[in-house]
Design a protein. Structure first.
Length: 385
């Protein structure tokens, strides 16, 4: 599946930039076009891969292109004011080779949180292809959680499917924040590119990894989606030693070992999700396994499919394989679509509400302090005007 990716805000633009970078490194060509939209000129300077002609500054005569100061209302307003400019820029998207639009934003700040839902909403009126969202949840607490929770709800309502990534799942204390973001962004890009590539024609042009219509059917179930991913060295199937191989049918053992390894990799993918979610509530599942042809046993794919069906209760698990001669890695990418419940989302909403109350409490405290400081309870001093 080829998508035109539109990054909004600082994090969103950097993630789309990573999509292009990783695409170039891996040769996976599923990004038909890419754009970076931001309100701060300085933030656009870190975008390296998206050409300058596709970087748009969302600003207004009153603003100095200095960002939104973590105010989503301002991000939404600036997007609304610049919709015509954005629409004109997006006219370069190649229609014949674009299956869907992907709006990418890290939620929590102002530009992405406010701008992404506004743009997604418009895109659905401008185009007749699906509009997907990729929303990244913040690891920070407080005000950013309030912003993210609000944006999450609007972004979900305005997209045909919202892919969710949780920054908190990736943070490591040893990296600086910039190193962490770079690692997270590349990881997001690698996983989603692998997945988007699922519906594409394989290199030899002969087979489809996952039937594109099946993939769309899963994606169009809507709601939120999380992606699970696992990979390991394909290795040679160790059948338990030479003597045993003489006694039994070695190739059958090899086959069983490969099958088990494939199923174990798929199981590992279900434990390594872009956001923690209750998988039993997922409505649609799409599985893509990739690796050396011998590692992708039919039995392994069938058992994995059954495992995923039992795990989720999905009606159907669309699946496909991506055989890569000479590859030394076995990997599994599993998309869980229309997930009904995720503790992380409940937590975000609750923390967002708490943050909102705390913001209001502080506002009142500040107002009371000012009132007390600049007033005279005895009313003896009197005002000047
Ligand atoms: P905006 O520019 O106003 O939309 O806000 P930012 O994108 O700068 O920040 C919103 C959230 O995204 C915050 O929680 C940041 O921690 C997070 N964030 C910022 N940059 C990145 C990035 O490059 N990658 C990831 N994964 N998250 C980021």
């Amino acid at each position: 599946m080829e998508v035109a990716a539109i990054g909004i805000g600082n994090g969103g633009c950097k993630v789309v930039d990573s999509f292009i970078e990783v695409s170039g490194e891996t040769g996976v060509e599923v990004i038909s076009d890419a754009f970076a939209l931001n309100t701060a000129e300085s933030d656009l300077s870190v975008v390296n891969e998206i050409p300058a002609s596709k970087q748009l500054l969302l600003t207004s005569p009153e603003m100095r292109a200095s960002g939104t100061g973590n105010k989503p209302e301002l991000g939404a307003e600036l997007m609304e004011q610049n919709l015509t400019v954005v629409k004109n820029a997006l006219a370069s998207i190649p229609h014949h080779s674009t299956d869907a639009l992907l709006v990418v934003a890290a939620l929590g700040g102002g530009t992405g949180s406010g701008g992404a839902p506004v743009l997604a909403n418009e895109l659905r009126t401008w185009y007749d292809i699906p509009v997907f969202g990729l929303g990244i949840l913040p690891s920070e607490h407080g005000h950013l959680e309030f912003n993210a929770a609000r944006s999450f709800m609007d972004f979900g309502k305005t997209t045909d499917n919202l892919f969710v990534v949780d920054n908190a799942r990736y943070l490591s204390s040893s990296d600086s924040i910039q190193e962490s973001y770079r690692r997270i962004n590349r990881d997001i890009a690698q996983k989603w590119l692998t997945f988007l590539n699922a519906g594409e024609q394989s290199e030899d042009g002969a087979e489809m990894y996952v039937d594109a219509a099946d993939l769309f059917a899963v994606l169009e179930m809507g709601g939120i989606s999380v992606l699970g991913f696992a990979s390991e060295a394909a290795g040679s199937a160790d059948s338990g030693g030479l003597i045993e191989r003489f006694r039994t049918n070695g190739s059958q053992i090899d086959h069983n070992v490969r099958t088990r390894k494939l199923v174990d990799t798929v199981k590992a993918a279900t434990r390594n999700l872009t956001m923690e979610a209750d998988l039993e509530t997922a409505e649609g599942v799409s599985l893509l396994v990739s690796g050396p042809p011998a590692a992708l046993t039919q039995q392994g794919i069938e058992q994995s499919r059954q495992y995923l069906q039992d795990l989720t209760g999905a009606q159907r698990v669309s699946h496909g394989d991506d055989p890569r001669a000479g590859s030394e890695e076995l990997s599994a990418a599993v998309l869980f679509s229309n997930v009904g419940s995720a503790h992380r989302v409940d937590e975000l909403k609750q923390r967002g509400k708490n943050a909102k109350r705390e913001i209001e409490r502080r506002r009142q405290e500040r107002a009371a302090k000012r009132r007390d400081m600049f007033s005279d309870p005895d009313d003896e001093l009197g005002s000047l005007f």
